[in-house]
Structures are given as C-alpha cells and as structure tokens.
Design a protein around this ligand. Structure first.
Ligand code: NAD
Ligand code: UDP
Length: 314
C-alpha cells in the first residue's frame, strides 16, 4: 500500500510511519512542524519507501499519483499546544480534515481520522464506551480542540455516508513514549523531565483526577490494525488501566530516583476529572489490547528523555 500520513513528523505520526514501513508499505509524510520536529523523521532520510512534503494540510493538498490510504493525524495535541494555537487547531480539524478527505475521495483511498478521548469531554459515564456522546464545553478554552475533533468525526461520517469513502475513526486516549517533546506540556513528559532535572513535579489540582496511559508501541499497533481491519464506526484505542495523576507522579519519582519535591498548582479550566477507555470493541474486532504496563513504558520513556536532555540541556 501507499499511504499519506498528515502530522507525520509528530510523536504518533512518526511512530505510525515506522509501523507502515516495517511491513513494506510506502509512506508520504506531510507536516508543517507547528508542533512536530524533523528530528522525529531524521532516521528516514534516504529510505526508498519514504517521501516527505512540508505543507500545511489546512491549505489545499495536492498529491501526485495513486494512494491507498490517507491517515489524518495533523493537529496540535497537547493542551498547552492547542491553547497556544487555538485557530490553527480549529482549522486543521475542520479545513485540514476536509482537504484530507478530499484527497482520499479523489484517489479512492481509505481515510483514517485520529480523533481523541477529548470528544467525551469531562465524562459523566465511566469508563467511556464509543456509544457515549460526551460532555464538552464548546466555549471553554479546550473547546478549540474538542469541537474541532467532533466536527472532524461528523465530516468523516458524512464522507462515508454520502460519498461512500471507506473511513475509520480512532479515539486515542493519553499516549506516551519516546519522541514526545521535553516541553510538550503533557503530564508524562512534564513529570519525567522535571524529575530528571531535579525540578519540582507540578501536579495540577489535588492530583486525584485520573488518566489511563498507553505506551506508544501498543497504541500504534492498535491504530495500524484499525486501519487494516476495522470498520467506519468510531473505535477507542487506549490502555484501560487507570491511575490518578498523583500515583503517576509517585511512580516517576520512584523510577527516576529523584529527590525533587512535588508541587501543587491550579487545575486548568475544564480539566476532565476521570478518563478510561472501554476497549471491548477494539478487543473483539481487532484482537488488540495493550501489552506494556505503565512501569515498563515509563522506564523506556525515561531512558529516551535521559538521552534527549543531554542534547537539550548541553
Ligand atoms: P504531535 O503534536 O506530536 O503531532 C502532531 C503533528 O501534526 C505535528 O508534527 C504537527 O507539526 C503536525 N501538524 C499540526 N497541524 C498541522 C497542519 N495544519 N499541517 C500539517 N501538519 C500539522 O501530537 P501527537 O501526540 O503525535 O498527536 C497526533 C494526533 O493524535 C493528533 O491528531 C492528536 O489530536 C491525536 N491524539 C493524540 C493523543 C496522544 O495522547 N498523543 C491523544 C488523543 C489524540
Ligand atoms: N497535569 C499535571 N501536571 C502537569 C501536566 C498535566 O498535573 O505538569 C495534569 C492535567 O491537569 C491533567 C492530566 O495531568 O489532569 C493529564 O494532562 P495532559 O496535559 O497530559 O493531557 P489531557 O489528558 O489533559 O489532555
């Protein structure tokens, strides 16, 4: 297969690119580096199955030749990123998704949307099955991301129903691992980088809010299987083992052996209090479930950040 991956120089996009190339497929990567980095794809320079186009997918997209798949991952994903880039986030969810769907339709290619657990907002149903419609504040600061993704899901289903495009929608839950940016602002990278630098670990609120963290290798295997063997209904892909943010901080302290203290800061507006995927659908349809426990995933991620910080802090 030959696939286009938008957001291909990001954290997940670059790992997904590696997964496709590993099975002998061809990949065209597209990215404007708003939150991604050439470092994430540097190892692909000269790879015969890989081509990269620097482009903003919210502007008209033109691709030469046939394509079998379009995987739309482009979007700022970390809360600090989408709060810093609210309008590009809304545009890439709306215009970018429209352009990517247009390419899929023109090429007769399968379309794959990277959606998010944020479509469930601050959920009133726990854990979250795909049938839950969510509890999102459209006008709050996080609305720029949540509503862009909800619109992107609606547009994807419209292209499926009205244009017959073969589509997939994945709702990705908190994923972590190598290639996250040290300053990306998400909780796992923040805590690890703070611990390694001996700076206070910043817990927002009292740390009783929960998240369910999936190691990137597991997540990407789920995305790949969904693309290959899934169906058009939205599918949760994430790790169902739930932790409080305080438990995560304590585990990072233990694994890094840091003597850094824990500091409490204000909880961001509309921060979801709980989050845990119901993955019954993915298990049944794809025979997929995560394999890497948080402790092991954190150890690998800590090793990555130890190397990354040697360069950044040098
Ligand atoms: P990331 O910021 O590392 O990657 C996103 C990539 O998209 C970056 O390389 C960025 O430069 C690129 N991009 C953004 N806007 C663009 C545009 N207009 N044109 C071209 N490129 C553009 O984030 P990530 O964690 O890899 O997230 C990838 C996708 O997965 C996003 O769509 C995100 O919403 C979704 N997602 C991620 C998580 C997670 O925990 N990592 C959770 C839920 C959903
Ligand atoms: N968080 C925290 N300290 C940090 C960064 C985040 O306590 O330094 C909290 C944040 O308030 C949220 C959870 O960790 O409750 C996960 O935040 P993240 O930004 O990783 O992603 P989210 O799940 O909110 O999109």
């Amino acid at each position: 297969m030959k696939v286009l991956i938008t957001g291909g120089a990001g954290f997940l996009g670059s790992h997904l690119t590696d997964r496709f190339l590993r099975d002998g497929h061809e990949v065209v990567g597209m990215d404007n580096f708003i939150t991604g980095s050439p470092d994430n794809i540097a190892h692909l320079a000269g790879h015969p199955g890989y081509r990269f186009i620097r482009h903003n997918v919210s502007d008209y997209v033109f691709i030469d030749g046939p394509l079998d798949g379009v995987l739309h991952l482009a979007s700022p994903a970390s809360p600090i990123d989408y709060l810093e880039h609210p309008i590009p986030t809304l545009k890439v969810g709306a215009l970018g998704t429209h352009n990517a769907l247009g390419v899929a339709k023109a090429k007769g290619a399968r379309f794959f949307l990277a959606s998010t657990s944020e479509v469930y907002g601050d959920p009133l149903v726990h854990p979250q099955p795909e049938s839950y419609w969510g509890n999102v504040n459209p006008v709050g600061p996080r609305g720029v991301y949540d509503e862009a993704k909800r619109f992107a899901e609606a547009l994807t289903m419209a292209y499926h129903r009205y244009h017959g495009v073969d589509t997939r929608i994945v709702r990705i839950f908190n994923t972590y691992g190598p290639r996250m940016r040290p300053n990306d602002g998400r909780v796992v990278s923040n805590f690890i980088v703070q611990a390694l630098r001996g700076e206070p670990l910043t817990i927002y609120g009292d740390g009783s809010q929960t998240r369910s963290f999936c190691y990137v290798e597991d997540e990407v295997e789920g995305l790949y299987r969904l693309f290959m063997h899934g169906d058009p209904e939205p599918t949760n892909i994430g790790n169902p083992v739930e932790f409080t943010v305080r438990q995560l901080a304590e585990l990072v302290v233990e694994l890094t052996g840091t003597s850094a203290p824990i500091e409490y800061r204000d909880l961001p507006v509309d921060d979801p209090k709980v989050r845990q995927p119901d993955i019954t659908r993915a298990r049944g349809m794809l025979g997929w479930e995560p394999k890497v426990p948080l402790r092991e995933g954190l150890e690998r991620t800590i090793a990555f950040f130890e190397r990354a910080l040697e360069t950044v802090d040098a």
